[in-house]
Design a protein around this ligand. Structure first.
Ligand code: HEM
Length: 572
């Protein structure tokens, strides 16, 4: 038997200088051209030499050249690559993970390559902190947008100890969020403190299913969804709350200049309070709203604790985290007081609240359990902060874009004349609806969406997201994608109108996210915002003497800057 001992030939120190060293230069001649020494025989020699050598060469060179052209290849965090081998019939490399770092601008072929391989592209992460050091805390969505421009619409990133996947492809996001394995919330420290794991927002599995079913049913019965059979009681409540605001403005004279924040807060918390807690205009309700605003403010400061929970032990963060705990406790105390008051006024109300529903359950003996308190707190918090900021954004954009404001008012006057707007009027007012949608697009209230968490591997359209990954629905990138929205930075309500001038909603418009955990209050939010904006615009002109500041503060949501607007009464 003749054994062609290729190892001996390729490692012969008489032929190869320092044969153990990796030196591509030994295959170059003096002119720098590739040259093949006689002792290089990977395909052996003679009549039975490998018949596929040319094909093998082409395949290897093509693959390696394409990958190296587009990526920097590195070992994992420690930078270690195992070059030892397993010996069988062939010398095989040990299976191991490598990091492929894309180069330069986003390259579609690179992205397709990754997708075909089921790998998710993403930048290099540091040990412990991951990518956190590269994030602008004042505008994190813009830092993440830069990563998306380089790595494409689905990329992975490490935030502290969390594996995270950012999705800015609307179609893919919808499919991912429809999967049962993405229904959970990630174990982020601050979210846990604020929402608790027994309330609708942050719970998972059966606790969430029960609460979601209860809330969806409650909202439908109380008239807060599109499909609700009877919206009268709720609509009357909303009209009364908005009339209070109009009355307040009119009492100041023909024209008043003020920061609208307080009036809008009163309007929204009045509705939320009636619907959720069964109270109106109470001192306790104001304490509640105030505490939620404090939570939002504190969340901005303590944000990194979410991803690096050990930071809560450092003096810089300890106080802030304690304050969050205190605020949540104070909210629970206030809720308990509201519940006790509720009993006394129970007979006077027409609108059934969540508290009323709980009270009907005779097993509730004035003291609500943790799940019920967290549900009330979740519902009140979710419905106030979001809707208040949305209305304020609409007022600011209308004050800045006066032609849009005039067009909305003209539509209201043409269609409704001086009849007060009703919730059911919205479909007759396409330009008004388009304007509200355009504000929600250009100022995504949740630029980084609300996170989900995988409880199993998820595979959608060749994208594989492993178990225990945080999913970030990157709504800002979706709403600002120039491939979907022409000149996305421009404020243009017309993009929500079709050729016939009817309101139309593009697939990439997801202010309430998507899938099975999509915002449960979306219909209510639309009603509350529409009724306020339509009622105010029908009667009042909005201006800003100093010039409107459309910049924002990034916190739990994207908030407008506090500023004064002038409201002047107008009539048809
Ligand atoms: C313009 C106003 C609003 C916006 C932009 C908004 C947006 C969102 C978003 C993006 C989510 C996350 C969905 C997900 O995790 O997939 C969400 C969840 C939620 N929203 Fe809203 N929301 C608004 C108003 C409201 C209102 C008025 C209510 C109350 C009736 C409400 C109650 C909730 C609740 C309870 C959840 C958690 C749902 C769950 O986890 O199953 N939201 N909202």
């Amino acid at each position: 038997m003749i054994v062609p001992l290729l190892w001996g030939i390729h490692m012969d120190p008489g032929v190869w200088k320092m044969p153990e060293e990796f030196r591509p230069g030994r295959f170059l001649n003096d002119a720098g051209h590739f040259f093949q020494p006689e002792s290089f025989l990977p395909y052996q020699v003679g009549e039975r030499m490998c018949v596929g050598k040319d094909l093998a060469n082409i395949m290897v060179v093509f693959f390696v050249a394409t990958v190296v052209q587009n990526f920097k290849i590195e070992g994992l965090e420690s930078g270690f690559v195992d070059l030892s081998y397993a010996w069988s019939f062939l010398t095989l490399p040990k299976p191991q993970e490598l990091v492929f770092v894309g180069r330069g601008k986003f390259c579609p072929t690179t992205y397709i390559y990754y997708r075909l391989q089921n790998y998710l592209p993403g930048p290099w992460n540091l040990p412990v902190i991951g990518y956190l050091h590269k994030i602008d805390t004042k505008a994190p969505h813009l830092s993440f947008l830069k990563v998306a421009q380089k790595y494409g619409p689905v990329y992975r990133l490490k935030l502290g100890s969390f594996n995270t996947v950012f999705i800015s492809d609307a179609k893919l996001l919808k499919q991912v969020l429809m999967k049962d394995a993405t229904l959970s919330r990630p174990p982020l420290h601050l979210l846990g403190i604020i929402f608790g794991d027994k309330g609708i927002i942050y719970s998972s599995s059966d606790v969430w299913k029960d609460q979601r079913k209860f809330v969806s049913n409650f909202l439908r019965v109380s008239g807060a969804t599109k499909m609700s059979p009877n919206k009268e009681a709720l609509e009357n409540q909303m009209k009364q709350s908005v009339q209070d605001v109009i009355q307040y403005v009119q009492n100041q004279g023909n024209s008043v200049t003020l920061n609208p924040s307080e009036a809008v807060t009163n309007y929204v918390s009045d509705i939320s309070s009636s619907l959720i807690l069964g109270t109106r205009n109470s001192k306790l309700e104001k304490i509640l709203t105030h505490n939620f605003f404090k939570i939002v403010k504190q969340y901005q400061v303590s944000g990194p604790v979410n991803f690096l929970p050990f930071l809560r032990f450092l003096p810089k963060y300890r106080k802030g985290v304690k304050l969050l705990h205190d605020l949540v406790n104070e909210i629970f105390t206030t809720l308990n007081k509201i519940v006790c008051q509720n009993e006394k006024t129970d007979n006077d109300k027409k609108l059934m609240s969540i508290v009323d529903t709980f009270m009907l359950d005779k097993s509730v003996d004035k003291v609500f359990n943790t799940g019920q308190l967290q549900l009330l707190s979740n519902m009140f918090g979710a419905s106030t902060e979001t809707t208040i900021s949305s209305i304020l954004w609409v007022l600011l954009y209308l004050a800045h874009f006066k032609e849009v404001q005039n067009k909305v008012r003209k539509e209201l006057w043409n269609i409704l004349q001086d009849k007060s707007p009703q919730i059911g009027d919205l479909p007759k007012l396409p330009y008004t609806e388009a304007t509200l949608a355009e504000v929600a697009r250009i100022r995504s209230l949740f630029p980084l969406g609300f996170p989900h968490y995988t409880t199993d591997d998820v595979c959608v359209e060749n994208v594989k997201i492993p178990k225990n990954t945080v999913i970030i629905p990157f709504l800002w990138a979706i709403h600002m994608d120039p491939k979907v929205w022409r000149n996305p930075e421009e404020f243009c309500p017309e993009r929500f109108l079709n050729d016939e001038g009817k309101f139309y909603q593009p697939e990439s418009f997801l202010p309430f996210q998507a899938g099975k955990r999509m915002c449960v209050g979306k219909d209510l939010a639309k009603m509350v915002i529409f009724l306020f904006v339509a009622t105010v615009l029908q009667k009042v002109k909005i201006e800003c003497r100093e010039g409107v500041d459309l910049s924002y503060t990034f916190g739990f949501t994207l908030q407008p800057k506090a500023q004064e607007l002038t409201f002047t009464t107008v009539s048809i």
